[in-house]
Design a protein around this ligand. Structure first.
Ligand SMILES: Nc1nc2c(c(=O)[nH]1)N[C@@H](CN(C=O)c1ccc(C(=O)N[C@@H](CCC(=O)O)C(=O)O)cc1)CN2
Length: 299
């Protein structure tokens, strides 16, 4: 039976390190890391994530501000708020919760964030730095960055000689994940819905990352014996066994089937999800350290 990779525990370690780093930065330079979290509208899942981010930031001793904007907020008003946050010296990290309402161009909003405060790592400057191996100065998107830490706990930092398959080609997870695996010397393939023989390709992977948004798509016989399986999916499905109208969260991997074959697997919930929020704290601390001219800790 595979090791269950405890993302909650690793996330606690990351948050504790961010708090220690913040305490040091304050003691040595008088600087308190500041984060602004912006949400537009009332999507219930987004509200939970944003509340969780603000709570963690406070736990880390950060200066934390939350901007809750109405669903009909204009793009111009949001861009104006971001302009103010870009200019605010007390703010080192700006996060605009996604998805945004349809009338707002997410791309335009993301590109308006100062790349030095782009703790989500979605700005072209940070995407380009990651793509060209400038990982020391890039902000790396939180979900892939957190997934890499989980992989490191199982496989170590150098993935030379290992094959990795990333299923999913999104800008937020699949592509940055592939770049990070490549930077760690893995031999990487990005697969997607049009890849022929997806199960066969996945079976070649020492490290298999599922980020497709399709509940339990990756079956046990897609997994190479002993592989490390990272499940990035968070899907809510009906759970009639829990009672009428009840739901439960599952990943993109059929956990029980994969765990019978793999060496290590992340669960959902409790795997990659908590790492996403922890890495936001790490990125915010790194941003504040850079601004203060202090060497940031390595997470
Ligand atoms: N600006 C951003 N927007 C979004 C991001 C992001 O990284 N930046 N990622 C996702 C949502 N997300 C954070 O924002 C996120 C998703 C899930 C979790 C998490 O801890 N999940 C738990 C389960 C939670 C539950 O019970 O519902 C888990 O997997 O254990 C944290 C953050 C989209 N938007």
């Amino acid at each position: 039976m595979a090791e269950k990779i405890d993302g909650r525990k690793v996330a606690e370690d990351v948050v504790a390190a961010a708090k220690t780093g913040a305490d040091r930065l304050k003691a040595e330079k008088g600087v308190v890391p500041g984060i602004a979290v912006v949400i537009v509208g009332t999507d219930p899942a987004s509200q939970v994530y944003v509340a969780s981010k603000s709570k963690k930031a406070k736990e880390c001793g950060f200066h934390s501000v939350q901007h809750e904007l109405a669903a009909d907020t204009s793009e111009a008003a949001l861009l104006s708020l971001i302009g103010d946050l870009n200019a605010d010296p007390a703010i080192h990290g700006i996060l605009v919760q996604l998805p945004l309402p349809d009338h707002i161009d997410s791309g335009r909003v993301i590109q308006s964030i100062d790349p030095d405060k782009d703790v989500d790592g979605f700005h072209f400057i940070n995407v380009g730095k990651l793509g060209t191996g400038e990982t020391d100065t890039a902000f790396v998107p939180c979900t892939p960055a957190g997934s890499m830490i989980l992989i490191e706990r199982v496989r170590g930092r150098d993935l030379s000689g290992l094959t990795a398959v990333v299923v999913g080609r999104s800008n937020i997870v699949g592509k940055p994940m592939a770049n990070l695996l490549l930077a760690a010397n893995a031999t990487v393939t990005i697969a997607h819905s049009r890849t022929p023989d997806l199960p066969g390709l996945c079976r070649t992977a020492d490290i298999l990352v599922a980020a497709v948004g399709r509940p339990q798509m990756v079956k046990g016989d897609w997994v190479k014996p002993g592989a490390t399986v990272i499940d990035v999916g968070i899907n809510r499905i009906a759970a009639p066994e829990r009672g009428e109208g009840k739901t439960r969260l599952v990943g993109d991997v059929d956990y029980d089937a994969a765990a019978a074959v793999a060496g290590a697997v992340t669960p959902v919930p409790g795997g990659v999800g908590p790492m996403t929020i922890a890495m936001l704290m790490a990125n915010t601390l790194v941003s504040a350290c850079r601004r203060a001219g202090v060497e940031p800790p390595r997470f």
